[in-house]
Design a protein around this ligand. Structure first.
Ligand code: NAP
Length: 330
């Protein structure tokens, strides 16, 4: 590998938003024993990336050090392998989930662990792949593992509510729930109603209307499962719309949701609220890449930015109005 120095985006301390991001030249990292060095073709931004900059994971010692190169969801080409790497060779097109603690994605090159790297089929573009890891696997695992929603058409179809269905997680959740023939009610802003219907949602509510705020299914359904991709919905609003044994998966839990979740448990309530944090595994990356390859799932790209404009991508994500995923292409 000829290049020793690369362009990267880093921040040196907590806070600062887009203005805290610095364009730097740093050494190209070297892969350790079981790591690959990836030439990054696309990296996606997730809300957790800028929440880490805000310090929300400080109690967990994330980021692991400063300066920190943020972002974890990268697609690109393997340009170097560590001495104990068996599954990949130089030239392979891959998708990797980098370490949450050390990041490294907003750069021309990134080191990824072999175990969190998956082969990317030629039919899947770097941007479509990079969109997947956190958003796609959160949607998949919240539905299947936590809410017990079948994604393969087996079992009883459920009534599923997906809130913020136009966002990164929500747009995958709608498509995956529909792959399993479930009935999907979705919430989003007025401008995205047709988009979310196009993803397969059976009924769509504008969250700024009274019916949308009340989460009322237009066909009068109660929900067996809720994938809550937004914040600020009181439990009482959810509760009024749930079947007896419903599961609400909260992707952005706050102290009050942990309290409600605990209360549901100690009172033996059949309705459950489950705070959930995704744990990305290679098997999940392989599964979603296969669905993209087969044309059963799509990654919708909100916008693409070059590395030189990474702060604009960062600001767009913080703004909270993306339709699909925000991508940076170093
Ligand atoms: N726990 C985990 O493991 C995990 C993993 C991934 C994400 N998350 C969390 O899940 C949340 C969603 O993530 P994301 O990547 O999907 O975010 P995102 O892509 O930034 O979501 C943006 C979308 O949300 C819509 N929206 C905002 N407020 C809404 C509301 N009240 N009702 C309906 N739609 C609304 C926006 O529509 P408009 O433009 O029309 O407002 C926009 O299309 C974030 O809080 C994120 O941190 C958690």
């Amino acid at each position: 590998m000829a290049k020793n120095v690369m362009n990267a985006i880093q921040y040196e301390k907590y806070g600062g938003g887009p203005g805290g991001l610095k364009h730097v030249e740093v050494g190209v990292p070297s892969p350790k024993k079981k790591e690959v060095l990836v030439k990054v073709e696309a990296v996606s931004i997730n809300p957790v990336d800028w929440k880490i900059q805000k310090g929300v994971m400080r109690p967990l010692f994330v980021p692991g050090n400063f300066p920190h190169t943020p972002c974890t969801d990268v697609a690109g080409e393997v340009v170097q392998i560590g001495p104990q790497v068996n599954d990949f060779k130089v030239g392979d097109k891959v998708l990797s989930k980098l370490s949450t603690r050390y990041g490294g994605g907003l750069a021309e090159f990134a080191v990824a662990s072999e175990s969190l790297t998956a082969s990317r089929p030629t039919e899947v573009s770097a941007a479509e792949a990079a969109a997947l890891p956190i958003a796609g696997l959160t949607a998949r695992d919240a539905l299947a593992q936590i809410a017990g929603v079948k994604l393969d058409g087996t079992g009883e179809p459920k009534n599923v509510l997906v809130t913020a269905a136009s966002g990164g997680v929500g747009h995958y959740a709608v498509q995956l729930a529909k792959l399993g023939n479930n009935h999907v009610t979705a919430t989003c802003g007025a401008r995205n109603i047709e988009f979310v219907k196009g993803l397969g949602a059976d009924e769509v509510l504008d969250y700024r209307t009274p019916e949308g705020a009340a989460l009322k299914s237009p066909s009068g359904r109660k929900y067996d499962a809720v994938i809550n991709c937004t914040t600020g919905i009181p439990w009482s609003t959810l509760d009024a719309n749930l079947t007896e044994k419903a599961v609400v998966v909260d992707l952005t839990p706050n102290p009050s949701s942990f309290l409600t979740a605990a209360l549901k448990k100690v009172t033996f309530s059949k309705k459950r609220l489950v705070p959930f944090f995704v744990d990305v595994k290679r098997e999940g990356l392989d599964n979603l890449l296969q669905l993209l390859k087969d044309g059963k799932l799509k990654s919708v790209i909100d916008s693409r930015f070059p590395l030189s404009k990474a702060e604009d991508a960062w600001a767009k994500s913080i703004d909270g109005h993306a339709t699909g995923k925000i991508i940076v292409e170093p």
